[in-house]
Design a protein. Structure first.
Lengths: 305, 376, 322
C-alpha cells in the first residue's frame, strides 16, 4: 500500500489538521501553566465558538455590504466570536473554578467535567441535535505548488493559526501583561507579592485560551462545512494530547505538539490504517513520554493530586 | 456516617417512591405504556430524538382515533445514551413497570443485545427498529423482533445494483466500525467480488472523526469508480464532501443510514449523484408513507426526519395492533406479533420464526438537486 | 473506637443485604439491579482509589483494565471455563498488563502519567473495536452461538438479580476488608507517604518507584474483579461499555466522594450512579432530554458545595494547609 505519490498531499492535510490542534491546545496549555489544572470544558468552548461564528456569519451575510467585502466580514466575525467565546471561558472560570482554587487539585477537574456535560447538552437542547451546515464564504480554489496541491481554505487555516500563535508569543514575551502571565504561571504567590492582580491575570488567561479555541471552532466549521454539538470532544482529547506531547504549560511546545500530532495522524491513516491511526498517535505519545518524561519542550509538571 | 446513611436512604426512597408512583397510576385507569429506549442524549441523540418524535406521533394518533375504547396509550421514552450499561438499567426499569406491554428499541446493537436478555427474562416483547447485528435474533428468544433488515440484504443489493446498472468495476470501501456499518460493508464486499468486481481497499474509520482526507488521498491514488460507505450520515456526508474537495469525483454509495436530508446538508453540493439503498417500497408508491411524511412535518415542523423514524412509527403501530388483538397479556401479545402482517409506512411487515422481518424489498435512491429521488 | 467502626460497617452491610431482599420480594428488580451496578462501580472505585487516593497518581484510563478483565472473562467463558477458574486467570492477565504498562511509566510525574493512562485507555478501546479476530470487533462477545456460562456455586446456578447482587456484595465486602488491611499495613503507609511528599518518602528509605508500581498493579485486581463479574452478570460485552467517559466518571466518583476514604467513595459511587437513574425516572415526557444537562449542573454545584469531597479522609483533613 505504501505509495510515495501521496506523501505531499498527506503532509498538507496533516499540517492543516495540526494547525487546528495547535490553536486548541494553546488553551489547555496556558490554563495548565497558570493553575495546573486540566480544563476539560475547553473542548466545549471550541464547539461553542463554532456556533457563535455560525450565528455571526449568517447574520452578517444578510447585508450586501459584508457579502462584497470578504476581509471585513471575516475580521468582524472572528473578532466578535473571539470576544464571546473568551467571555464564556472567563465566566466558566469565575463561576465553576475560582470557588475551588484553594481545594484539592482534582476538584476543578470534576467541576470542569460537569461544565462540559452541561454545555454540550445546553447546545444540543437549545439549538439542535442535528448537524448545522456552515455557510461557505470562501471560493474553494486549488493551488498547485510543484508536487503539492493546496486549496484556499487550507492556506487560510494555516495562515490564521500561525498568525494567532505568533501574536500570542509576542504578547506573552514582549508586553507587560504577558510578562504578568508568565510571572503568575511560574509562581502565583510570588506574583501576588509583586503586585500582580493574579485573579484578573487568570481571567485573562482563560479569556485568551477560550478566544483561540473559538477561532479554532470557526476554522473547523469552515473547513468541514458543518458543525455539531458533540464536535468538541474529539478535538479536545487530541489537542490535550498535543499539549502534553509538546510539554504541558509551554506555549511553543503546544504548537509543536499540535503540528506533530496532525502530521502523525495523517500519515498514520495513509500508511498504516485509518482505524488504527489514533492508536498510532497515542503510542507515539507514550514513547515520547517514556524517553522524555516532560514532553518535547516542557520542564515541569505537578506531581500531587 | 449518619449523614451518609440518611442520604443513601433519601436517594433510594426517592427512586422507590417514584417507581411506586408509576405503578399506582397504572392501576387506576386502563393505561397502556409503550416504552421507547434509545439515545436521547449523547453523540447520536439526533437519531434517538427523531425516533421519539415518530413514536409520539404514533401514540397520539392511536389515542385520537380511539383504537381501543377505554384504553389510553402512553409513551414511556427512556434514554440509554447509547451505553450498554444504561440500556440494561432502562430495561430493568421497564421490567419493573407493570403497565408496559411492549418495548421499542434500542438503537445500537450493543445496547439491544444485553437489554434483550432482560426483556426475555421478564417476558416482555421488544422490537428493535434499528439494531442490525444478526446476533440479536439468533439468541433463540421468542420475544425479540426487529423490523429493519439485517445487513446482508442491503449490502448485497447495492452490489448487484451497481453491477447491473453501471460500468463501475472498482470500488473502495469505508465503514464506521459499528456492527451496522461493518456488516453492510462486508456483505457488499462479498457480493461485489462474487459478481466479478474489484475491491481496492477496505478501511474502518472512528466514529466522531471529522477529517477523512488522509484516507481519501490514499483512496484517490487507487482510482476507484465509486466509494461504498457502511455507516451513518454524519461521517458519510463528511466523506462525500471531502472526497470531492480532493478531486475524487466518484459517487458515494451507502445504506439507509445516509438516506436522510441531513446527509445532503452536510455534504452540500458534493452529494449530487450519491446513492443510498433503503428498505421498503419507494414512498411515492406507498400512499401511507407520504401521509406519514406530511403528518410528521405538520407535528414537528422544525425537525428533519431521521433515518429510523419511519421504522419506529411502524414499530409502535405494530405493537398497538397486537395489543388490540391480544388484550393486556404480555405472552399473548408476543404470540400475536409472531403472526402479524402489518401494512405500514415501510411496506408490509411480517416476522419469520427468528423474529426478523420478511420485508426485504429494497429501493435505491439518488441525490439530485439536493433531494433524494427514487432510482428507476 | 476501631471496633465500633467495624461493627457499624458489618451492620451496614447486613442492612443493605436485607433491604435488597425486601426489594426482591416486592419484585423491584430495577432497584436490585441498580444496587448491583453500584456494587460493580464500588469495586472499580476502590481500585482506582488505591492509585488516586492513596498514592496520589491521576489515572484517566482505569476503565481499560476493567475492559481487559471483562473481555478475558467473556473469551474464557465461551471456551468452557467456569467463573471460579476465570476469576484468578483474568486477574492475573489484567495485573500483567497493568504491570507492563506501569513499569516504564513510574518515572513520569503527575499529569504526564494521567495522559499516558488516558492514551492507554483509548488504545485498548480502539483495539477491542478493531481486532475482529480476537474480540469480534464492534459486534461484541460472546459471538453468535456462544454464551457466557452462568456462575455456579455448590451446584446452585446464579441467575436471578438478587443472587448476583449477593455475589457482588460479597466481593465488595471482601475488597473493603482487604483494603482496610492494606491501608493499615506498612505498604499502605508508604502509599500515603508518597502522596504527601515523594522526596521525603524516598529519604525515609521507601523505594518509591517500587511502591508506586505496587499500588498501580494491585489496583488492577479490583478492575479485573469488576470486569469478570460484569461480563457474567450482563452476559455480553462490547467496546461501547469502555469509553473514555467511563474512566472520567470513575475519577469523579472517587474524588467527589472523598479520596482515600472508603466510605466517601461508596458515597460518591451511589451519588453518580444513582443520580442519572433518579433523573431518568423523575424526568418524564419532554424533560427526559434534560437529564444529562441537569447532571452536569449538579456535578458543578456539588464540587462547589463540598470542595473537600463529601466525606473527606481523616488523615487528609489533618494535613497542614499551605
Amino acid at each position: 500500500m505504501a505509495n510515495s505519490a501521496i506523501i505531499f498531499p498527506e503532509l498538507v492535510n496533516g499540517i492543516t489538521l495540526g494547525a487546528i490542534y495547535a490553536l486548541i491546545s494553546l488553551g489547555y496549555t496556558m490554563v495548565y501553566g497558570v493553575l495546573l489544572m486540566i480544563n476539560f470544558a475547553h473542548s466545549e468552548i471550541v464547539m461553542a465558538g463554532a456556533f457563535f461564528g455560525l450565528f455571526l456569519l449568517s447574520f452578517f451575510l444578510k447585508f450586501t455590504f459584508f457579502q462584497n467585502n470578504l476581509l471585513l466580514l471575516l475580521t468582524s466575525v472572528f473578532l466578535l466570536s473571539m470576544c464571546v467565546s473568551g467571555i464564556l471561558g472567563a465566566a466558566i472560570e469565575r463561576l465553576a473554578y475560582r470557588p475551588l482554587r484553594k481545594t484539592n487539585r482534582l476538584m476543578p477537574l470534576i467541576s470542569a467535567i460537569g461544565v462540559s456535560l452541561f454545555l454540550q447538552n445546553l447546545f444540543m437542547l437549545t439549538l439542535s441535535p442535528e448537524a448545522k451546515p456552515y455557510p461557505s464564504v470562501f471560493p474553494a480554489v486549488n493551488f498547485q505548488l510543484g508536487a503539492v496541491t493546496i486549496n484556499s481554505i487550507q492556506i487560510f487555516i494555516i495562515i490564521i493559526s500561525i498568525l494567532f500563535m505568533v501574536a500570542l508569543e509576542y504578547f506573552v514575551n514582549r508586553t507587560k501583561l504577558g510578562v504578568a502571565i508568565k510571572a503568575t504561571s511560574s509562581d502565583i504567590e510570588t506574583a501576588k507579592l509583586m503586585g500582580i492582580n493574579t485573579n484578573s491575570i487568570i481571567s485573562l488567561v482563560f479569556f485568551i485560551g477560550a478566544a483561540l479555541g473559538g477561532v479554532a471552532g470557526i476554522l473547523v466549521g469552515m473547513y468541514y462545512g458543518s458543525i455539531k454539538y458533540n464536535m468538541g470532544f474529539t478535538y479536545g482529547i487530541k489537542a490535550f494530547t498535543a499539549a502534553v506531547l509538546g510539554g504541558i504549560g509551554n506555549i511553543p511546545g503546544a504548537m509543536l505538539g499540535g503540528f506533530m500530532l496532525g502530521i502523525l495522524e495523517s500519515l498514520g491513516a495513509a500508511y498504516i490504517s485509518s482505524a488504527y491511526k489514533d492508536v498510532f498517535a497515542f503510542i507515539i505519545l507514550i514513547l515520547v513520554l517514556i524517553f522524555k518524561p516532560t514532553g518535547l519542550l516542557g520542564e515541569r509538571a505537578q506531581d500531587k493530586c | 456516617m449518619n449523614k451518609f446513611l440518611c442520604f443513601l436512604l433519601l436517594i433510594f426512597t426517592g427512586i422507590y417512591l417514584n417507581g411506586c408512583g408509576m405503578k399506582k397510576e397504572a392501576g387506576e385507569g386502563k393505561l397502556v405504556r409503550i416504552a421507547l429506549v434509545c439515545p436521547l442524549t449523547g453523540d447520536i441523540a439526533a437519531m434517538g430524538q427523531g425516533m421519539k418524535n415518530a413514536a409520539t406521533l404514533a401514540i397520539e394518533e392511536a389515542n385520537e382515533n380511539k383504537v381501543l375504547n377505554d384504553v389510553r396509550f402512553e409513551l414511556l421514552a427512556l434514554d440509554d445514551r447509547g451505553d450498554p450499561k444504561e440500556a440494561v438499567n432502562a430495561a430493568y426499569q421497564i421490567a419493573s413497570d407493570k403497565a408496559v406491554y411492549g418495548v421499542v428499541g434500542h438503537l445500537n446493537s450493543g445496547c439491544s443485545i444485553p437489554a434483550s436478555l432482560v426483556y426475555n427474562r421478564y417476558n416482555i416483547m421488544m422490537i428493535s427498529p434499528a439494531s442490525t447485528n444478526p446476533k440479536l435474533t439468533l439468541q433463540g428468544f421468542k420475544n425479540v423482533f426487529r423490523i429493519c433488515a439485517t445487513d446482508d440484504v442491503q449490502g448485497s443489493f447495492a452490489a448487484k445494483f451497481i453491477c447491473k446498472n453501471s460500468a463501475i468495476v472498482q470500488v473502495a470501501i469505508i465503514h464506521d466500525k459499528t456492527p451496522y456499518g461493518q456488516g453492510l460493508a462486508e456483505e457488499f464486499k462479498k457480493t461485489f467480488q462474487g459478481l466479478g468486481g474489484k475491491i481496492l481497499s477496505f478501511e474502518g474509520i472512528n466514529l466522531g472523526d471529522r477529517d477523512f482526507k488522509a484516507l481519501l488521498i490514499k483512496i484517490k491514488s487507487l482510482n476507484p469508480g465509486a466509494i461504498y460507505f457502511g455507516g451513518m450520515y454524519q461521517e458519510g456526508g463528511l466523506i462525500s464532501r471531502q472526497a470531492k474537495e480532493l478531486g475524487l469525483g466518484v459517487p458515494l454509495i451507502g445504506g439507509d443510514g445516509i438516506y436522510t436530508q441531513e446527509y445532503i446538508k452536510i455534504a452540500a453540493n458534493a452529494s449530487e449523484g450519491d446513492m443510498a439503498t433503503m428498505i421498503g417500497t419507494p414512498h411515492e408508491k406507498l400512499p401511507k408513507a407520504n401521509d406519514f411524511i406530511e403528518k410528521y412535518k405538520a407535528r414537528f415542523p422544525n425537525r428533519e426526519m431521521q433515518p429510523y423514524d419511519p421504522y419506529t412509527y411502524d414499530t409502535v403501530n405494530i405493537i398497538i395492533e397486537a395489543i388490540k388483538a391480544a388484550g393486556m397479556d404480555r405472552a399473548k401479545i408476543i404470540e400475536q406479533i409472531r403472526a402479524i402482517s402489518y401494512d405500514g409506512v415501510i411496506g408490509t411487515t411480517q416476522f419469520d420464526e427468528k423474529g426478523d422481518t420478511l420485508n426485504k424489498e429494497i429501493s435505491c435512491y439518488f441525490v439530485k438537486d439536493g433531494k433524494w429521488l427514487t432510482a428507476q | 473506637m476501631l471496633k465500633k467502626a467495624k461493627l457499624l460497617e458489618i451492620f451496614f452491610i447486613v442492612i443493605i443485604a436485607l433491604a435488597a431482599y425486601l426489594l426482591h420480594l416486592k419484585q423491584e428488580f430495577y432497584l436490585v439491579h441498580i444496587l448491583s451496578l453500584a456494587g460493580i462501580y464500588v469495586l472499580l472505585a476502590l481500585g482506582l482509589n488505591m492509585v488516586i487516593g492513596y498514592t496520589g497518581l491521576l489515572d484517566l484510563g482505569f476503565i481499560a483494565f476493567y475492559a481487559i478483565g471483562a473481555y478475558s472473562a467473556a473469551l474464557l467463558s465461551s471456551k468452557g471455563f467456569s467463573f471460579w477458574a476465570i476469576l484468578p486467570i483474568s486477574i492475573l492477565i489484567t495485573c500483567a498488563f497493568r504491570f507492563l504498562l506501569g513499569k516504564p511509566l513510574m518515572r513520569l510525574r503527575g499529569d504526564y502519567l494521567a495522559i499516558v493512562t488516558l492514551g492507554f485507555g483509548e488504545i485498548t478501546r480502539l483495539i477491542l473495536n478493531n481486532w475482529d479476530a480476537l474480540t469480534n470487533g464492534p459486534k461484541g462477545l460472546p459471538r453468535v452461538g456462544e454464551t457466557i456460562r452462568p456462575i455456579t456455586l455448590f451446584s446452585f446456578h446464579l441467575n436471578s438479580e438478587i443472587s448476583y447482587f449477593y455475589l457482588i456484595l460479597f466481593f465488595v465486602a471482601a475488597s473493603i476488608f482487604a483494603i482496610r488491611r492494606i491501608e493499615r499495613s506498612k505498604i499502605g503507609r508508604a502509599f500515603v507517604a508518597i502522596r504527601e511528599d515523594e522526596i521525603a518518602a524516598e529519604a525515609m528509605g521507601i523505594n518509591t518507584s517500587y511502591i508506586k508500581l505496587l499500588s498501580f498493579t494491585i489496583s488492577a485486581v479490583f478492575a479485573a474483579l469488576a470486569g469478570v463479574i460484569y461480563a457474567h452478570w450482563i452476559g455480553f460485552v462490547s467496546p461501547e461499555s469502555f469509553s473514555f467517559w467511563e474512566s472520567v466518571f470513575l475519577v469523579c466518583m472517587v474524588v467527589l466522594g472523598g479520596m482515600g476514604n472508603i466510605l466517601g467513595i461508596i458515597f460518591g459511587v451511589i451519588l453518580l450512579v444513582g443520580l442519572p437513574e433518579f433523573l431518568r425516572i423523575t424526568l418524564g415526557g419532554e424533560f427526559v432530554l434534560y437529564r444529562m444537562l441537569l447532571f452536569g449542573l449538579l456535578m458543578v454545584i456539588m464540587t462547589i458545595l463540598r470542595p473537600q469531597g463529601i466525606i473527606p479522609e481523616k488523615r487528609r483533613a489533618l494535613e497542614l494547609k499551605d
